[in-house]
Design a binder for this molecule. Sequence first.
Ligand code: PNS
Length: 165
Amino acid sequence: MSNRIAVVPGSFDPPTNGHLDVIRRAASLYDRLHVLVVHNPDKRGMLTVDERMRLLEESIAEAGIAGDITIAAWSEGLLVDYPRQVGAGVLVKGIRSQVDVAYETPMAVVNHHLSGVETVFLLADPANSLVSSSLVRQVSSLGGDVSPYVPGPVARHLASAHSEN
Ligand code: PNS
């Protein structure tokens, strides 16, 4: 288990500018990064897991984020089984507010008890602190322009998906 390898987990439904900022900063802190699309098979999201992975890949490329970055998906069992599987010692999460701290703290403690994996919190850029995937989903489903909140590939995908409906 290496503290130089980190996992950035999330639903990424869809990826937002906030996610991309955390990925960019985590890529500069760690030698190897796994961006992990965590998916509950019982829940139907707005985007398929394949779409989320493709949009993450395109967004990372378009933003010119350099580094050893793997994009993967996880839908089975405990989240910490994935870092254990790839030898990562760190989970990286973005924190926008006290609400995120309250939600993430118990998970970080339990994940550490379960596996020894540490959780590192990166404080969100205030420019992104009001952006969430659920807000983007809502605005997009009602036909609003979400391009200020999401990377270009995501904005283009949502705009074309909406115009097809
Ligand atoms: O982008 P999201 O929706 O905030 O991502 C949430 C996610 C999937 C990262 C979060 O729900 C999570 O860490 N789930 C872990 C599930 C798990 O292993 N629970 C048991 C120990 S806390």
